[in-house]
Design a protein around this ligand. Structure first.
Ligand code: SF4
Ligand code: SF4
Length: 296
């Protein structure tokens, strides 16, 4: 373990591999209105800043908070490709979460996580008819650029677990990172305690029987098992920051007003939690997710 930790420190990834991390809403616009979206679950903010103002504020935030890792959210960050390219250049490590509907610039130096809700029936049920096929077409244009899928299970789409292998084949992704719906209850999307624990059992089975399919390390899946358990491991309670589209602090986390620690099922947070507990596979996954293509 000491060797792994020292290796990470040598790689310049101190402070638990990622350095200090922040999530940013690059835009408050999105071509979709997915049923389970936390971003549009509450009234939208006051609108975006002019790009030059956004970038100048970003530089100040990076310096003031000593940030080294950024996760780009929205809305849909790829609606603003030029701003995204400039914003990702401010940080050594970046990852972008996208709906997969828009072109991904070749020069983007960031890991790419494409949000998907399962095969066509589940995906189109939450995101709109025809969206699954549109995403497949767009992913087909990536020509070898690696990307991961991010799948958020909801009570309406638990069946997506049965299609994960086909989903990987159809999309050509590097693997699937699975989380659970986070949001205030009552909600038709929230998954109850027993169903969530069964889903984690199924995911652990898949991790063991289909190598390379799931990106979630088993230790992080255990952190997702019990509703509410992630709160104790939450990186936002240990210094991570979230910023809205005007680069104001978003509290308590990227979910903003939709945050509910009792339902929280954020897969990336779970991996950060298991990494903190000393799980080397979690550290490796985070390094890969935020890796800058072409940089060791
Ligand atoms: S693509 Fe993302 S930001 Fe846009 S509506 Fe769907 S969940 Fe929300
Ligand atoms: S809802 Fe937000 S604050 Fe609560 S555990 Fe999840 S990420 Fe952390």
């Amino acid at each position: 373990m000491i060797v792994v930790k020292e290796g990470l420190e040598l790689a310049g990834l101190g402070r638990g591999l990622m350095g200090r991390c922040a999530t940013f809403d690059l835009t408050d616009a999105c071509p979709l209105r997915c049923g389970h979206c936390y971003f549009y679950a509450r009234p939208a903010g006051q609108g975006a800043l002019p790009p030059a103002v956004y970038l100048a504020r970003l530089e100040k935030l990076r310096a003031a908070h000593e940030l080294s890792t950024a996760l780009w959210l929205g809305g849909e960050p790829l609606l603003q490709p030029e701003l995204l390219l400039a914003a990702t250049a401010v940080f050594p490590r970046n990852a972008v979460v996208t709906s997969g509907l828009l072109p991904i610039p070749r020069e983007l130096k960031a890991g790419v996580l494409v949000s998907i809700d399962g095969l066509e029936p589940e995906h189109d049920r939450l995101r709109g008819r025809g969206t699954y096929r549109r995403v497949l077409r767009r992913l087909g244009e990536l020509r070898g650029r690696p990307f991961a899928l991010q799948l958020t299970l909801t009570a309406l789409t638990l069946g997506a677990l049965d299609g994960l292998e086909r989903l990987k084949e159809e999309t050509g992704c590097s693997g699937v990172l699975v989380g659970f719906f986070t949001g205030r209850e009552p909600s038709p999307f929230a998954i109850g305690a027993a169903a969530r624990s069964r889903a984690v059992d199924r995911l652990l089975e898949l991790a063991a029987s289909v190598p390379g399919l799931l990106l979630n390390p088993p230790a992080s899946l255990e952190l997702l098992r019990r509703r509410g358990a992630l709160a104790a491991a939450c990186a936002y309670r240990r210094g991570d920051l979230a910023f809205d589209v005007r680069l104001e602090r978003k509290l308590p986390c990227a979910y903003g007003g939709a945050a509910d620690c009792r339902t929280c099922g954020c897969a990336v947070l779970a991996v950060r939690g298991s990494m903190r507990q000393g799980d080397p596979s979690s550290a490796e996954l985070l390094r890969a997710l935020f890796q800058v293509p072409g940089r060791a």
